[in-house]
Design a protein around this ligand. Structure first.
Ligand code: ADP
Ligand code: MG
Length: 510
């Protein structure tokens, strides 16, 4: 026969209910309640509870009461040590009447206390977290001893207490997290608005009231609140909230007689089905960025101007000396006229390339097949391949996709890359144009290749290693690919060849 009192549903409810409260009950106060309940349930006169020290194998004293109130407050139990340690390791309660009769305990020097008759050592087991603590309930020497049959009842009471304690801890952890989040929100300096699933405010930072010039109130819905804010914010914010599922990140401007401000906003869904909105004033940031952009542009123009002046001077000097020769001796006109024509041609080419590079690109997208364009370009360069005695090979996948791109620009890219491949190759070598089923194009040569320090500078305008090069070919290719939101990549080995890879990102684009 068990001498333990059955825990009434009401008692348990009270323990669990405390755990469900708003977390304002301190752990010590909560443990005190647990102690009172347990003393009653076990008809005991002493109790101690040890709780696991987060993530370790040790348990520290959380509460000691009555007969057991003499347990030192810094007492620690380790897994497997002492009778409590054994109970924890086994996950089962232990009954202790006389410690000196237990061989393990006697060896550890645990003595019998005059005042204590018997005790139950009950590990506090939960399904999720395992053993979260251990409880020792003691009866006075003059009371009836706990019996073997009390053990079973003790283990179920232990589970209930463990459940209540672990719920309490979860609650406290959640509460702490909430406070931490709140302080992070206060520090963040952003306008942050958390809207619950029903369209009501859940939380917001003080900046929201400053930005929107009206303070949200928790019982209001967003719709009602938005009626009180500056109308210039309503549309952009509503739009963001509607599309929050897509994790929207956008900017909007508010221009009215008192302000000209640019805001960055981010909206995202919350796990509970609500929406989070962050708003930040980025006016100053935008101004600074605009200034940096302008400075960068000026620097680029300065650099380009210097390079172009240099590029123009060479052919001009040629033209000037040829003209001088003709003036001196008109009989030389045919010969030097040719030089003038050739040098003027170079100037013309330079102007064309420079303009292509300097002008903003506008693209005319059409459905195209890269292989058609590649064949066309190779065909138009037949003479050059022939003169250099180079072989051309096409490797076109039968599943080559249709791409949407600007055919004139793509042709320009192919032409520039093939031209470079010809320049880099020696007679007898092979140039290969490959297009795979994903529409990735590769132009491969077996030419001189490049050292890494050259590869690093390839796409810099006017970078050239050729006496007559303009150094604009690859910069133009890069610009055209960028305008297609596509990439150009290079793989080169000095002495054995180069591959340029074009990856068009416009498959299926409208
Ligand atoms: P340019 O052809 O007028 O020199 P580009 O921008 O087309 O200008 O090329 C820049 C430089 O990149 C070339 O001068 C050359 O050094 C290097 N380069 C480009 N393509 C190749 C290639 N296929 N093989 C080796 N070097 C190359
Ligand atoms: Mg070139």
């Amino acid at each position: 026969m068990s001498t333990l009192r059955e825990a009434r549903p009401n008692d348990l409810y009270e323990l669990l209910d405390l755990a469900h409260s708003d977390g304002s009950v301190e752990l010590e106060e909560y443990l005190q309640r647990v102690v009172e309940k347990a003393l009653d349930w076990f008809s005991a006169q002493g109790i101690s509870i040890f709780l696991r020290n987060g993530g370790t194998e040790t348990f520290g004293l959380a509460v000691a009461h009555g007969l057991l109130s003499t347990v030192p407050s810094d007492a620690v139990i380790s897994d497997g040590q002492g009778i409590a340690g054994v109970a924890i390791a086994e996950g089962q309660p232990r009954l202790l009447i006389d410690p000196t009769s237990d061989r393990d305990l006697a060896r550890q020097g645990i003595e019998r206390k005059e005042t204590i008759g018997s005790s139950l050592i009950i590990p506090l087991m939960t399904r999720n977290a395992g053993c979260i603590g251990v409880m020792n309930v003691a009866r006075a020497a003059e009371s009836a001893d706990f019996s073997e049959s009390d053990l079973e009842a003790a283990s179920s009471l232990g589970r209930q207490i463990a459940l209540a304690l672990s719920q309490y801890r979860t609650l406290v952890a959640a509460q702490t997290q909430k406070y931490e989040l709140q302080s992070a929100m206060d520090l963040i300096g952003f306008g942050l608005l958390m809207i619950g699933p029903g369209g009501r405010f859940q939380d917001f930072t003080p900046e929201i009231a400053t930005i929107l010039e009206s303070s949200p109130r928790n019982h209001l819905t967003v719709a009602t609140y938005f009626q009180t804010i500056n109308p210039n914010f309503q549309r952009p914010l509503n739009l963001g909230i509607e599309r929050a599922k897509k994790n929207l990140s956008y900017r909007f401007r508010v221009d009215d007689p008192i302000r000209h401000v640019t805001y960055a906003a981010v909206t995202a869904p919350m796990q509970n089905g609500g929406v989070i909105v962050a708003i930040h004033d980025i006016t100053e940031h935008e101004k600074a960025r605009g200034a940096i952009d302008r400075i960068q542009r000026l620097a680029e123009i300065g650099q380009l101007t210097a390079s172009i002046a240099h590029e123009i001077r060479n052919p001009l000097t040629g033209i000037q000396s040829a003209a001088r020769m003709i003036i001196d001796d008109p009989m030389l006109a045919p010969e030097f006229g040719e030089i003038i024509e050739r040098e003027a041609g170079k100037l013309n080419q330079l102007c064309t390339e420079f303009l292509t590079f300097a002008k903003p690109l506008s693209l005319d997208f059409e459905p195209i097949r890269l292989s058609d364009i590649g064949r066309r370009v190779v065909d138009s360069m037949k003479q050059e391949f022939h003169d250099e005695r180079l072989r051309v090979e096409f490797r076109i996948s039968p599943d080559e996709p249709i791409l949407y791109a600007d055919p004139i620009r793509v042709e320009q890219v192919f032409r520039n890359l093939l031209k470079n491949a010809i320049d880099a190759s020696s007679p007898g070598q092979l140039i290969c144009l490959e297009i795979d089923e994903q529409g990735i194009a590769k132009i491969r040569d077996q030419g001189i290749g490049m050292e890494p320090h050259i590869v690093d500078r390839l796409f810099t305008p006017f970078f050239t290693t050729k006496p007559n090069g303009t150094g604009l070919g690859l910069s133009i290719c890069h610009k055209i690919m960028e305008a297609h939101r596509s990439t150009i990549r290079v793989n080169s080995v000095a002495g054995s060849g180069t591959t340029f890879e074009l990856n068009f990102n416009v498959k299926g684009a409208a």
